[in-house]
Ligand binder design. Structure first.
Ligand code: 0RA
Length: 657
C-alpha cells in the first residue's frame, strides 16, 4: 500500500508542477481530517491516545532495526505530546524528483513512512498502521526536529501543511528525531491525556520489545518545585517479565516461567507461560506489538500445540488412565497465564475490531513452537509436569461437576426462560435495544429505584449485600450463587454449551444497557468491582459490545432557600456554595450523600436514572492484559497491593478498564 501511494504521485508529478503536486498531497491529508475515525478508529479518548502510539511506533521500528534504544514521551502543558528517540533521524535530503525533502514527504504523504528504508523489517506500526502523516493531519501544530550527520534540522506544520521547507538550525553531536504535536481541538472530542493510559501502553511495549528504554514524563504540573511524574520501562527479559508482572498477585503452581523465542517457518515467535492456582485462563496475544484480543491463527496454533503436547504427556504418564470422560481443551488452560508475540510481515487483520489474525501460515508456526518448548520443559521438569497434569485433571473433574450443576439449574427453569427472578421489577417494553437493567446495591435502594424509574423501559434488580467473588470460585460454585443466577435469568442469556463453555447467546439478551448502581462509598465501590469482575470473567462479550455501564450518583446536594443543585465533585460543590453565597454571609446547606438510600425516588430519578440528565460511564476494556492483572489483584488474596490501588484511585471513576 505504502508503495502504491508514492508511485502514483510520482507519475502524476511528471506532468504536474510542484504546487499542483502540493495540492494533491494536501487533499490526501484533507481526507484524514474529514474522516478521522476511518484512520485512527475514533475521535474520543482512544483516538487521542492513538496519536501517541502511532508516533512511538515509528521510534520502535527504528529500535527494532537496531539503531535506537531510548524513547522519551513527554506530556507537555496544554496536552501537547513530544516523542524523542536516539535513532538515525528521519532523512532530510532533497529528492531531485520530489523537489522537497524526504522528511517532508514522510510527514505529509499518507502511508509514506517506510518508503525510504526498504531494507528494514518493518513490523511495528499501529493498529491502523496509518503513519505519522495522519498524526500531522490531525494536529493543529506539529514540529519535527531531526539530528543527523552532525547537524540539526526542523520543519513545522499546521493541520498537516508545512509552514516552511525543512531548515538547518545548527550543529549537533547526537542523532535522533523529536516529534512534537498538539492534537487539533476542533477534531477531538477530548484533548486531555491520561498518564495511566499512556504508561500502560509504554510498559507493554517495553515487555514486548526487550532492551528498549521507554520513559514517560508528565510536564503538565510539577509534583513539587522541580520534579515531574516520570516512569521508565526497560525490560531485560521481555515476555518472561511480562508474565511475572501479570501474575504478580497470583500463587504460582510451577517455579519458572516457561519461555521460548525463535523463528519457525521464518516467522519470529516468542511465548512465555506459567500456571497459577486460579481457575482463570489469561492468554494475551500480540501481532507486531498489537494486542489481538479477538485472537486468530496464532492463538489457535498455541491452543492446539498446548493441548496436544500436554495430553500426550499426561497419557504417557498414565495419569489419565482412570478418567471416565474426555479432558477438554479448556481444562488444559485453567490457571494458565501466557503471552504470545509473533511478528508477521504482511498481517491480515480480521474481525469486528480488526484484532483477529487471519494468516493461516502462522498457525503451524506457533503450534510447532509451543510443542517443542513444552515437550522439552516437561521432560526436564518432572515435578512441575506432575503439578500441571494434576491441575488439568482437577479442572476436568470440576468441569464435569459444573455441567451437572448447570443441568440442575436448567431443569429448575432458571435458564429455560421459564420465569424471571422474583426480585426483578421488569420493564414493560420488549425492545431490548431500548431497555435498561439497573443492578442496584441493596434491597432498600432497589425499592427507591423501583419507585423512581420509568417502568416503560427501566427494570430494577436489587442485589443483596456482596455478591460472590468469582475470582476465587470454581464454575459450579458460581452457579450455586443465587444473586448470580438472578443476573443470568434477568438478562435472558445462558452460560454456554459443552463445546464452548464461555459462549453467551447474546441474541436473547433482554436489555442493551446494564447499569451497575452502587453507593458512592468504599463498600459501594467494592461491590461495583465485584460485579464488574463477574462480567469481565463470565460475560466479556457483553462488555465488548458496549452493554455494561456504571451509574454516577451525585456526592452532594447544595441548598439555599428553595434553590438547590447537585454536585458530583469537590470543585462543583465549592462553586455551588460560592454561587449561593454570592459574596453574602448567608448559610448554605451542604448534604453529603453517603449512599443511594439517602435519596428519595424523585431525587434518584433526577440525578442518576433520567437519561436526559444522568451521566453513565461505559465500561470498556482498554487493555486486556492490564484489566486482567487489576482484577486478579483487586479480588485476590493479597491485601496490600489492593489497598494501595484503592487508595491511589480514591475516586473509583478511574477504573475504566
Ligand atoms: C527511514 C530511514 C531512516 C530513518 C528513519 C526512517 C526513521 C524514522 C523515524 C521516525 C521516528 N524516528 C525515526 N527514526 C528514523 C534512515 C536511513 C539511513 O540513515 O540510512
Amino acid at each position: 500500500m505504502a508503495e502504491t501511494a508514492i508511485e502514483m504521485s510520482e507519475k502524476k508529478k511528471a506532468a504536474a508542477s510542484y504546487s499542483a503536486e502540493s495540492i494533491q498531497v494536501l487533499e490526501g491529508l484533507e481526507a484524514v481530517r474529514k474522516r478521522p475515525a476511518m484512520y485512527i478508529g475514533d475521535i474520543g479518548l482512544k483516538g487521542l491516545h492513538h496519536l501517541v502510539y502511532e508516533v512511538v511506533d515509528n521510534s520502535i521500528d527504528e529500535a527494532l532495526a537496531g539503531h535506537c534504544d531510548t524513547i522519551e514521551v513527554r506530556i507537555l502543558p496544554g496536552n501537547s505530546i513530544s516523542v524523542k528517540d536516539n535513532g538515525r533521524g528521519i532523512p532530510v535530503d532533497m529528492h531531485a524528483k520530489e523537489k522537497r525533502s524526504a522528511l517532508e514527504v514522510v510527514m505529509t504523504v499518507l502511508h509514506a513512512g517506510g518508503k525510504f528504508d526498504k531494507d528494514s523489517y518493518k513490523v511495528s506500526g499501529g493498529l491502523h498502521g496509518v503513519g505519522v502523516s495522519c498524526v500531522n493531519a490531525l494536529s493543529s501544530h506539529m514540529r519535527t526536529e531531526v539530528f543527523r550527520d552532525g547537524k540539526s534540522y526542523v520543519q513545522e506544520y499546521a493541520m498537516g501543511k508545512p509552514q516552511y521547507p525543512v531548515k538547518e538550525t545548527g550543529t549537533s553531536d547526537q542523532s535522533g528525531t523529536v516529534q512534537t504535536f498538539t492534537p487539533d481541538a476542533s477534531i477531538f472530542q477530548v484533548t486531555e491525556y491520561n498518564f495511566d493510559t499512556l504508561s500502560t501502553r509504554l510498559r507493554e511495549l517495553a515487555y514486548l520489545n526487550k532492551g528498549i528504554r521507554l520513559t514517560l514524563i508528565d510536564e503538565r504540573q510539577p509534583l513539587d518545585d522541580e520534579t515531574f511524574r516520570t516512569e521508565t520501562y526497560l525490560s531485560e527479559e521481555g515476555l518472561v517479565e511480562f508474565v511475572r508482572y501479570l501474575d504478580g498477585t497470583r500463587q504460582p503452581l510451577i517455579e519458572d516461567v516457561i519461555h521460548m523465542t525463535g523463528e519457525k517457518q521464518s516467522i519470529p515467535v516468542e511465548i512465555a507461560m506459567v500456571y497459577n492456582d486460579s481457575f482463570n485462563e489469561n492468554i494475551h496475544s500480540y501481532v507486531n506489538n498489537i494486542n489481538t484480543h479477538e485472537g486468530g491463527t496464532h492463538l489457535a496454533g498455541f491452543r492446539r500445540g498446548l493441548t496436544r503436547t500436554l495430553k500426550k504427556y499426561a497419557d504417557n504418564s498414565g495419569a489419565t488412565a482412570k478418567l471416565k470422560f474426555e479432558i477438554s481443551g479448556d481444562d488444559f488452560r485453567e490457571g494458565l497465564t501466557a503471552v504470545i508475540s509473533v511478528k508477521v510481515a504482511e498481517p491480515q487483520f480480521e474481525g469486528q475490531t480488526k484484532t483477529k489474525l487471519g494468516n493461516n501460515e502462522v498457525m503451524g508456526a506457533v503450534d510447532m513452537a509451543v510443542s517443542e518448548m513444552l515437550e522439552n520443559y516437561l521432560e526436564e521438569h518432572p515435578k512441575d509436569a506432575k503439578q500441571i497434569v494434576d491441575k488439568v485433571i482437577l479442572a476436568a473433574q470440576a468441569r464435569h461437576a459444573a455441567r451437572k450443576a448447570r443441568e440442575l439449574v436448567q431443569r429448575k427453569g432458571a435458564f429455560s426462560g421459564g420465569g424471571l427472578p422474583g426480585k426483578l421489577a421488569d420493564c414493560s417494553s420488549r425492545d431490548a435495544s431500548a431497555c435498561e437493567l439497573f443492578l442496584v446495591e441493596g434491597d432498600s435502594a432497589g425499592g427507591t429505584a423501583k419507585q423512581g424509574r420509568n417502568r416503560e423501559f427501566q427494570a430494577i434488580l436489587p442485589l443483596r449485600g456482596k455478591i460472590l467473588n468469582v475470582e476465587k470460585a470454581m464454575q459450579h460454585k458460581i452457579l450455586d450463587n443465587e444473586e448470580i443466577r438472578n443476573i443470568y435469568t434477568a438478562l435472558g442469556v445462558h452460560i454456554g454449551t459443552d463445546d464452548d463453555p464461555k459462549a453467551l447467546n447474546l441474541e436473547k439478551l433482554r436489555y442493551h444497557k446494564i447499569i451497575i448502581m452502587c453507593d458512592a462509598d468504599v463498600d459501594g465501590s467494592h461491590i461495583q468491582t465485584l460485579i464488574m469482575t463477574f462480567f469481565y470473567r463470565h460475560m466479556q462479550p457483553l462488555i465488548e459490545n458496549g452493554y455494561l455501564y456504571i451509574a454516577t450518583p451525585p456526592l452532594y446536594l447544595v441548598r439555599k432557600g428553595n434553590q438547590q443543585t447537585y454536585c458530583w465533585t469537590e470543585t462543583e460543590r465549592e462553586a455551588a456554595v460560592e454561587k449561593f453565597k454570592a459574596g453574602k454571609e448567608t448559610s448554605v446547606n451542604v448534604q453529603r450523600y453517603k449512599g443511594l438510600g439517602e435519596m428519595n425516588a424523585e431525587q434518584l430519578w433526577e440525578t442518576t436514572m433520567d437519561p436526559s440528565y444522568r451521566t453513565l460511564r461505559q465500561v470498556t476494556i482498554e487493555n486486556g492484559a492490564e484489566a486482567d492483572r487489576i482484577f486478579s489483584m483487586l479480588m485476590g488474596d493479597d491485601v496490600p497491593p489492593r489497598r494501595e490501588f484503592i487508595e491511589k484511585n480514591a475516586v473509583y471513576a478511574k477504573l475504566d478498564v
